[in-house]
Ligand binder design. Structure first.
Ligand code: B12
Ligand code: SF4
Length: 488
């Protein structure tokens, strides 16, 4: 009889899942819950850097370091790290070396395989360390070494933690001119990873005090899109548009090419058969970088440097020229510094024009992207103040000021300041439908670059709108009017 009542009660509870009835019947009776209440907390084992080094080496790492999340150089990392793992206190940095001969090969499939293999090893080491740390009673987590990343936030910051910043703060190397971390022994031929943990780990490596970068500028000479500037500047969008052609943004652009093409012949003018085949390979296997020449030619690092210093002409012939002389398609935005660079320095490399990779879907993202897509070359000789007014899908108006001064850009992302020469008004958009605001160089190319003598744009054609010119969704009436929505 009791059985029948219990069965009926369970059935009844089954109809009311979510209203608490199931819990009332089970509460306090589950053996696992009772056992958990009795169990003593797991003993926590104290850890030191040497023990960690042993675990990491067993799992395949070539070097590790440790740094507290409170380190001042990691101030910008705190919020994103704590968002992913609120209990994080300490960061373990992992280094896995690549094989220079592979990375340098003009057969780029060989180089890409090395990047992938080393990347998988980093993730495997990080995963093994999380297990070891857990067994020692500590909580731990391993964000991806690169991909997959947090694409919900794209085109904003998609990475959980900056492995470069952590590696430098943990004493594993310093950034070279090419902005990659150079390990004092292995040079640029390393990929990096990070484990986040609650453990206090004793022992620190000394910070690397002499930058291994020997300032030879071979990375500047080898980069097909001129992304690395001799003064330390980095043309972020040039690298992204070319190197990541078969990653997230390039793939999206290819889909749009397909959608817009009149027929297959028109599509082939834009995307050759070998390019579609290459994209297929990237999708089917792992995405292939188009370059990485900055790392390939870098002679820095104790174990790499000798051939360069003992036989520089031989090094140039054997390592640099096979890459610079390589006939490879180079992906650039029309009118960009990158296009000018490849046409001037590498006329034998076919130029393929693509849309800008960074397309903003929020007002703050738009203002953040401006310095990343800014083209110094076409902005030479310009002096002008732009006022931007963007209305988002919630009808909130965002205002910002951008000032161009002879090839430099400063952005005030939160207000209008100074007298504007040009006012840009962007209408509301719905990022979820795929709309995006864009301030790509293609957008500004209708405006002929002409020197400015004062703070306003001079030599405006007579038919141009009165100053300040107002730019909006209206059809283009003067060189100063932007059709902001379709200019990407
Ligand atoms: C974003 C990113 C890129 C971007 C920007 C590169 C850069 N210099 O920051 C792009 C797509 C261009 C890129 C290219 C490459 N990358 Co990368 N990349 C990353 C990533 C995800 C974060 C980089 C970072 O720490 N940025 C923050 C600060 C420290 O960098 P920064 O140079 O001071 O500032 C730039 C960025 O913040 C960027 N930025 C600012 N806002 C935004 C917004 C968005 C949406 C993006 C994408 C970027 C961005 O602009 C700043 C100025 O250029 C890391 C993986 C990770 N989770 O850490 C790998 C990583 C840095 N990349 C790596 C590699 C190997 C490459 C390539 C060689 C790939 C290849 N095989 O060709 C090239 C080299 C380009 C170069 N010379 O720097 C390695 C570097 C290893 C090392 N020895 O240091 C890393 C650490 C991956 C790994 N796990 O090993 N990469
Ligand atoms: S190639 Fe030369 S200049 Fe560039 S990072 Fe390496 S050592 Fe420095």
């Amino acid at each position: 009889m009791m059985d029948v009542i219990l069965l009926a009660a369970r059935r009844f509870a089954g109809f009311f899942v979510g209203c608490g009835m199931t819990n009332i019947i089970q509460k306090g009776s589950h053996p696992a819950v009772e056992a958990a209440k009795q169990r003593m907390p797991r003993p926590v084992r104290a850890l030191g850097l040497d023990g960690l080094e042993r675990w990491a080496a067993e799992a395949g790492a070539d070097d590790v370091g440790v740094v507290s999340l409170d380190h001042p150089d990691l101030a910008e990392e705190r919020a994103p790290v704590l968002k992913a793992f609120p209990a994080a206190k300490t960061l373990v940095s992992i280094v896995v070396r690549m094989h220079p001969e592979n990375v340098r090969s003009p057969s780029r499939s060989v180089a890409n395989q090395d990047f992938h293999r080393a990347g998988e090893t980093v993730d495997a080491v990080a995963w093994a360390l999380v297990r070891k740390l857990s067994e020692a009673g500590h909580r731990a987590m391993n964000p991806a070494m690169a991909f997959p990343m947090e694409m919900d936030d794209f085109p904003g910051r998609t990475w959980v933690v900056s492995h470069k910043r952590v590696a430098m703060a943990a004493g594993l190397g310093l950034q070279g001119l090419h902005r990659n971390v150079i390990h004092p022994r292995f040079g640029s031929f390393v990929v990096l990873g990070t484990v986040l943990t609650t453990a206090d780990i004793a022992g620190r490596k000394p910070v690397v005090d002499v930058n291994p970068c020997v300032d030879c500028k071979l990375c500047v000479a080898a980069c097909p899109v001129g992304a690395i500037e001799p003064d330390g500047g980095f043309r972020f969008s040039a690298c992204l548009d070319h190197n990541y052609r078969e990653f997230m943004t390039g793939f999206g652009d290819l889909l749009e090419e397909v959608a817009e093409a009149k027929d297959r012949h028109a599509l082939r003018d834009k995307v050759s058969i070998s390019e579609s085949a290459s994209m297929w390979q990237s999708l089917a296997y792992k995405p292939n970088y188009k370059a990485a020449h900055c790392i390939a030619v870098c002679p820095a690092g104790d174990e790499v440097l000798t051939p360069f210093v003992t036989d520089r002409p031989g090094f140039l012939k054997e390592v640099v020229r096979p890459l610079t002389e390589r006939r490879e398609p180079v992906y650039v935005v029309a009118g960009s510094d990158a296009e000018a660079h490849v046409q001037k320095r590498f006329p034998h490399k076919p130029v393929r024009r693509v849309r800008s990779s960074l397309r903003a879907t929020s007002a703050p993202g738009f203002f953040r992207a401006m310095p990343l897509v800014f083209q110094r070359g076409p902005a030479k000789g310009w002096r002008a103040t732009f006022h931007f007014e963007l209305t988002d899908d919630a009808k909130v108006v965002h205002r910002a000021t951008a000032r161009i001064d002879d090839g430099t850009l400063t952005v005030n992302p939160s207000a209008h300041d100074g007298a504007p020469d040009v006012v840009e008004v962007f209408p509301p958009l719905n990022p979820l439908t795929g709309d995006s605001w864009s301030c790509s160089s293609r957008c500004s190319s209708p405006t002929p670059p002409r020197p400015c003598a004062s703070s306003s744009l001079v030599s405006m054609p007579p038919e141009a709108a009165p100053s300040p010119a107002r730019c909006s969704m209206r059809p283009r009436a003067s060189p100063w009017t932007r059709r902001s929505r379709d200019c990407s």
